[in-house]
Design a protein around this ligand. Structure first.
Ligand code: WQD
Length: 336
């Protein structure tokens, strides 16, 4: 079977492409990122398999049509999109233009070529401030920033699409907090500039690129006062996509699934776990809360367990160990 992976050279996309190849799928990656070639080479090195790769911006509908014209595609996994929460607040039009129009282009071309199996990279951010915990898929949705609203809008677009044509089989995968890297140390998270997210910030402190971690808030109603999140290893997350692919034919229109571990860890627990896994001390200072943050957010992953036969397997130590191996190896690679 041939799977088209949009954004397949990105963080979660690259890890999912590895798992697809190792399961014997043929994979076509389209990505507009200028560092994609290097990532594709690393994917091929990990798997010993070749990837069909095109540097395409999904806003270029004609270029996308050529890919569908020349390849028999069975399903699409759609990762491509801008994902920085803070940037989306500063530049909402950039996010609505890119994330929505690229998805509309993709769905139109898929429909044109009779490809109607789609897995969409959604996010727990669609839940906004959790109405209850742990979060189940039927909890109310209320994104709090333009990035999260593009995810929610796309989920609604896909619902309308499937209602208009029942041939569409769609799975929305709502990620909680993806962290870590492939155990090979060859692929991982590579944010531009100063990371917004906790784990890549910690790894930059560990390698000495940043001095100290700012812990955003120490007065939340949690065990140690710092924010609690459901961190999930990116390889577990990638495997969830393959389970969704196997399940897609049974999807009744659009179905959403929480991909989380069902366990929350505080910021300080992550710091302690990272220090233990890496042997590196992480200096930190507890500062003001970050606007928009919620105290606690974690998944009830029961639906994915039952319907996708998927469950996360790796623990926080694995996440920290693999994140550290990737970051420290990245420095060695670039040091030569
Ligand atoms: C985690 C915890 C922070 C950085 C975001 C997006 C969400 C999704 C995952 C795409 C919080 C604390 C963080 C730092 C800190 N991305 N923190 N110091 O905010 O839960 O979710 O990433 O889908 O859409 O919103 O993740 O890693 O930014 O924060 O104390 O330098 O770490 O307050 O408690 P978040 P995060």
């Amino acid at each position: 079977m041939s799977i088209l992976v949009t954004g397949g050279a990105g963080y979660i996309g690259s890890h999912t492409t590895v798992e697809l190849l190792e399961q014997g799928y043929d994979v076509i990656v389209v990505d507009m990122n200028n560092s994609s070639e290097d990532v594709i080479n690393r994917i091929e090195k990990i798997t010993g398999k070749s990837v069909t790769f095109f540097t395409i911006d999904l806003l270029d509908k004609e270029a996308l049509e050529v890919v569908f014209e020349n390849h028999s595609i069975d399903a699409v996994i759609h990762f491509a999109g801008f994902k920085a929460v803070g940037e989306s607040v500063e530049k909402p039009l950039k996010y609505y233009q890119n994330n929505l129009l690229s998805t509309l282009n993709l769905c139109e071309v898929m429909d044109q070529y009779g490809v109607q199996n789609l897995i969409f990279s959604s996010s727990a951010t669609v839940y906004g401030i959790p109405e209850k915990l742990p979060l189940t898929e039927d909890c109310s949705t209320n994104a709090l920033n333009p990035y999260g609203r593009t995810k929610l809008m796309i989920e609604e677009i896909l619902t309308d699409l499937s209602r208009a044509n029942d041939k569409w089989k769609i799975a929305n995968l709502r990620y909680f907090n993806p962290v870590g890297a492939h155990p090979s140390g060859l692929i991982g998270e590579n944010p531009n500039g100063i990371p917004n997210n906790l784990m890549p910030y910690i790894t930059k402190v560990a390698v000495g690129e940043l001095d100290s971690l700012n812990v955003f808030g120490g007065d939340y109603p949690t065990g140690d006062g710092t924010g609690v999140r459901d961190y999930i290893h990116v390889v577990d997350l990638a495997k969830g996509h393959l389970k969704a692919l196997e399940h897609i034919h049974f999807c009744d229109g659009v179905e959403s699934f929480n991909l989380g571990t069902g366990r929350g860890y505080s910021v300080l627990e992550v710091v302690q776990s990272f220090e233990k896994a890496s042997g590196v001390t992480i200096p930190y200072e507890i500062v003001e809360r970050r606007p928009g943050d919620t105290a606690t957010c974690y998944a009830d992953p029961t639906k994915a367990h039952k319907q996708l036969c998927w469950k996360s397997e790796k623990d926080l130590n694995d996440m920290c160990k693999d994140a550290w191996k990737w970051e420290s190896r990245k420095r060695v690679a670039t040091a030569h």
